[in-house]
Design a protein around this ligand. Structure first.
Ligand code: 5AD
Ligand code: SF4
Length: 467
């Protein structure tokens, strides 16, 4: 009999990818994905630990799930609750103690053991126990990638593919090295095979994922290792793969091979997320970022020489312990000099177990808020300027979703801007016969003229279909 699994995903794109893999590994065991927790036999919370109060959110979700679990138990059904992801890794044993409704806790590196864990949870509950106690937060020597299937159904033309996981950088604010473990790169062949399978299903854009993606050094099958630049040029050979993106990169690992990939490989999209976190040398040092602001500027310069239209994005933290007004002004100055097309910014929040969390010199909350507002105002200004600079231009847009209006589809520009494309306005004659005449453009790359630019998205009209 088929069972139902509901997976709720928090946080980054890597969790989105992992959730799909968990669904894939459960499928042969009779689990179909469900849209809601209520009628599920198994609920997995795939958690994120990067922001504050992550664990609290998980506990309140478990409180809600516990009620469903009890309702199910009354009708003689066993519902299982599993907590996966980085909160599970960081706080597994405490979670088990604090929330007895949890049956299983599994870290991000043990997803391939999920069926075994489920089996032992089932065994534990055969005696009528309300919950099982299964905990697996190892960093096993056999990687999950060697075991997890990648046979999800088609889920749109743009897909994620994890190529690297973990981090050896140990920035002093960050939990990732503790929750995701040491840096690991997948072999090139496995990545290429997975990319080919995605393309065969209709995927035309792949975003390569890694916590430190440009530190990639996967086995090249020839006795050596491949850099990210080399991997991109391998993937570029796949027929039908039109767009390659990657995230997240570290400034220190931006080598010439990768910079030239942006110049020489048409499928390597002109967009780069290159977090700098702060514009102050003093703070960069305290964060253990291992580069200065001048070195960052130099990387940006090399990138822009190679690819003048490259759109840049970044992450910023304001109010890192010890950050003075002057340090913060240095961050604003860096932003003015680089001019990002897009960016994410956060107030520093102490993460338990990280070196910066025990620093005495914490910045008051109101100062953090005020700095964040100023930084975001500047970043938004630049984002709008960047969007407006594309007005009147023609560019390729990959249509990924239905819009709200008839004849409107939503997609992404090469620079990762959201574009609302109005297909009812077009230059060439289109075949608009059939039931849903516009849906045949779904999943396709189209040439679009940008007619409107806002702070967060663009509007465009169809010039012609491309693929
Ligand atoms: N406080 C605030 N922001 C953080 N980030 C990571 N850890 C913290 C923290 N403790 C931000 C960084 C990183 C992004 C994913 O999240 O900017 O690049
Ligand atoms: Fe965290 Fe990125 Fe620093 Fe690694 S490089 S510790 S993932 S912020």
């Amino acid at each position: 009999m088929s069972k139902k699994v509901f997976i709720k995903t928090y946080g980054c794109q890597m969790n989105v990818y992992d959730s799909k893999r968990m669904a894939d590994v459960l499928k042969p065991h009779g689990y179909e994905q469900s849209e809601s927790a209520e009628d599920a036999d198994l609920v997995i919370l795939n958690t994120c630990h990067i922001r504050e109060k992550a664990a609290e959110k998980v506990y309140s979700e478990i409180g809600r799930l516990k009620a469903h679990k009890e309702v199910q138990a009354e009708s003689g059904k066993n519902m299982y609750i599993a907590v996966a992801g980085c909160v599970a890794q960081a706080e597994g044993p405490e979670m088990m103690k604090r929330a007895p409704a949890i049956d299983m806790v599994l870290g991000p590196q043990t997803y391939h053991r999920l069926p075994d864990m489920l089996k032992s949870a089932e065994e534990q509950r055969t005696g009528g126990r309300r919950s099982a106690r299964v905990l697996d937060t190892d960093f096993p020597v056999d990687t999950k990638f060697d075991h997890l299937p990648t046979d999800s159904d088609f889920d749109g033309p743009a897909a994620f593919l994890t190529i690297q996981e973990g981090c050896d950088k140990f920035c002093t604010f960050c939990v990732v090295p503790y929750t995701r473990g040491a840096e690991y790169s997948r072999p090139v062949k496995d990545i290429v095979d997975e990319a080919k399978r995605l393309v065969a299903k209709g995927v035309v854009e792949i975003t390569l994922l890694g916590q430190n993606v440009n530190a990639f050094h996967g086995d090249d099958g020839k006795g050596g290792t491949a850099t990210l630049g080399a991997l991109i040029s391998e993937l570029d050979k796949i027929d039908g793969l039109d767009r390659i993106r990657y995230t997240t990169s570290h400034p220190r690992d931006m080598d010439d091979g990768l910079i030239f990939a942006h110049r020489d490989i048409a499928s390597c999209m002109p967009y780069l997320h290159l977090p700098v976190q702060s514009g102050s040398d003093r703070i960069l040092d305290a964060m253990n970022r291992k580069h200065t602001r001048e070195e960052y500027f130099r990387v940006i310069e090399r990138l822009r020489e190679a690819k003048p239209d490259l759109a840049l994005s970044s992450d910023f933290i304001v109010g890192f312990p010890g950050e003075t007004d002057e340090d913060f002004e240095d961050t604003l100055d860096l932003v003015r000099r680089v001019k990002y097309a897009q960016a994410y910014s956060f107030k520093y929040s102490p993460r338990p177990g990280t070196p910066a969390s025990v620093n005495e010199d914490q910045v008051p909350e109101d100062v953090k808020s005020e700095r964040l507002a100023r930084l975001q105002a500047l970043l938004n200004e630049h984002q709008l300027e960047f969007n407006e600079s594309t007005l009147g231009r023609e560019m390729d847009v990959l249509l990924e979703r239905e819009g709200k209006l008839e004849g409107q589809l939503l997609g992404r520009s090469p620079y990762l801007q959201s574009v609302h494309v109005d297909l009812t306005k077009h230059d060439n004659a289109l075949d608009l016969t059939g039931d849903k005449p516009y849906s045949k453009f779904m999943g396709k790359l189209v040439r679009v003229r940008i007619v409107e630019a806002g702070p967060n998205s663009l509007k465009g009209e169809l010039v012609r279909a491309l693929n």
